[in-house]
Ligand binder design. Structure first.
Ligand code: HEM
Length: 132
C-alpha cells in the first residue's frame, strides 16, 4: 500500500518526480528546456507552493498569476491541446507511482480540472491568438 499525500515533504517528492519526467519528455520537454529556458532552482519552489496551496489548505503558500505565465509562453510557442494532455498524463502517472488515497485522487482531479479549463483558452475556436 502506498502512502497518501499529506505533508509538504510529500508534495516535494511528487513535484520533483513530475518535473524530472517533464524535462526528459519527448513531447513537452523541449518547451521547458529550449523555449522557456526554465530556471529549475527558481521554478520548483514555486510549484511546491502552488500544490501546497491547492492540496494542503495553506492559503498563503502561493500568490501568482499562472494563467498569465502561460499566456506569455503561448506567444513563444502555441500551447496545443496535445501538450496539455501530455502534461496531465505525466502528472497522473507520477501521482499513481508514488501515492494512493483521497488526497492523491484530489491531486489528479485538480490537475485534470485546471488542465481542461486552460486547454480551450490556448487551442480551439475561442483560443487566445498566438503571434508565433
Ligand atoms: C501545455 C502544458 C504546460 C506547459 C508547456 C507549461 C509550461 C510552463 C512553464 C514553461 C512555466 C514557467 C514559466 C516561467 O516561469 O516563466 C510554467 C509555470 C507554471 N505552470 Fe505550467 N505548463 C503547462 C501546464 C500547466 C498546468 C495544467 C498547470 C496547473 C495545474 C500549470 C501550473 C503552472 C504554475 C502554477 C506555474 C508557475 C507560475 C508562476 O510563476 O507563478 N502548468 N508552466
Amino acid at each position: 500500500m502506498k502512502p497518501d499525500i499529506s505533508t509538504s515533504a510529500d508534495i516535494r517528492i511528487l513535484i520533483d518526480t513530475f518535473y524530472e519526467k517533464v524535462q526528459t519528455d519527448v513531447v513537452i520537454g523541449y518547451i521547458f528546456n529550449e523555449i522557456a529556458h526554465v530556471n529549475w532552482a527558481h521554478h520548483l519552489p514555486i510549484m511546491y507552493a502552488f500544490w501546497e496551496f491547492l492540496l494542503l489548505d495553506t492559503p498563503d503558500a502561493y500568490r501568482g498569476n499562472p494563467i498569465q505565465k502561460h499566456l506569455d509562453l503561448h506567444q513563444k510557442i502555441p500551447l496545443k491541446a496535445e501538450y496539455f494532455d501530455r502534461w496531465l498524463s505525466l502528472f497522473q502517472t507520477t501521482v499513481d507511482e508514488l501515492f494512493e488515497g483521497p488526497m492523491a485522487d484530489n491531486a489528479k482531479f485538480r490537475a485534470f480540472a485546471i488542465s481542461e479549463t486552460w486547454k480551450p483558452k490556448f487551442d480551439g475556436p475561442f483560443a487566445v491568438k498566438s503571434t508565433t
